[in-house]
Design a protein around this ligand. Structure first.
Ligand SMILES: [Zn+2]
Ligand SMILES: [Zn+2]
Length: 208
């Protein structure tokens, strides 16, 4: 599935162990990959002969990082919030890298709240949204929010992991994401895409 804009497009690919949504932002033969969930993503990049400028991770859970290795091996920068990097290098309670056969790695770049990443000549704004994990972030590009496992269609991510917190998740969604002005498409890490107006009205976090 593609969402087309004037000078770039966003490709959505379902892949990986938990049917994740990976997104590839494509502009002029270059790309930014968000949450590569399996090696299928690198295959797709090669098929389209794209130059990858960066891999952006919304958080460090195994199902969102299983496809990172070939990009790192190719010298591509991998971005994550520092608080979720230990999930990638295995230095964390509940390390699941071995179980899911992921080679431990460190991200090359750490993002923080309000960072603006200039990639592909576009601006990716970072919102730190802890709750599903302590280092979860959303990336905002134009009128799109890549929400990872923070917001789903009418729902929200689990908060029962070691570093999860319902009160933080609620604060992140209601006081940070919903505070952005205007309408957005919300592209989640799993399931259907949704919109800001639909979630401001009906997301279950409002009654949690
Ligand atoms: Zn997750
Ligand atoms: Zn997930």
């Amino acid at each position: 599935m593609y969402i087309e804009y004037k000078d770039y497009k966003i490709q959505e690919i379902k892949n990986g162990p938990l049917q994740n949504n990976t997104y590839i932002v494509i502009k002029d033969g270059s790309a930014v990959v968000i949450d590569p969930a399996s090696r299928v993503i690198n295959d797709e990049i090669l098929r389209q002969n794209l130059h990858v400028e960066a891999v952006l991770l919304t958080h460090g859970h195994f199902d969102h990082i299983k496809g990172v290795a070939p990009f790192l091996a190719g010298g591509v920068g991998v971005y994550i919030h520092e608080a979720d990097n230990p999930k990638c290098n295995g230095n964390v309670i509940g390390n699941r890298l071995v179980q899911f056969r992921i080679e431990p790695f460190n991200a090359t770049d750490f993002v923080e709240d309000n960072d603006v990443l200039e990639l592909l000549g576009l601006e990716f704004k970072v919102i730190h949204t802890p709750g599903h994990s302590v280092g979860s972030v959303c990336y905002v590009l134009g009128d799109v929010i890549f929400s990872g496992d923070t917001i789903f269609d009418q729902s929200y991510g689990r908060y029962d992991f070691e570093d999860g917190s319902l009160s933080q998740l609620k604060n992140s969604i209601i006081n940070k994401v919903f505070e952005l002005e205007g309408e957005y498409k919300i592209l989640s890490g799993h399931g259907n895409s949704t919109t800001m107006s639909r979630e401001r009205k009906g997301n279950m976090i409002l009654w949690s």
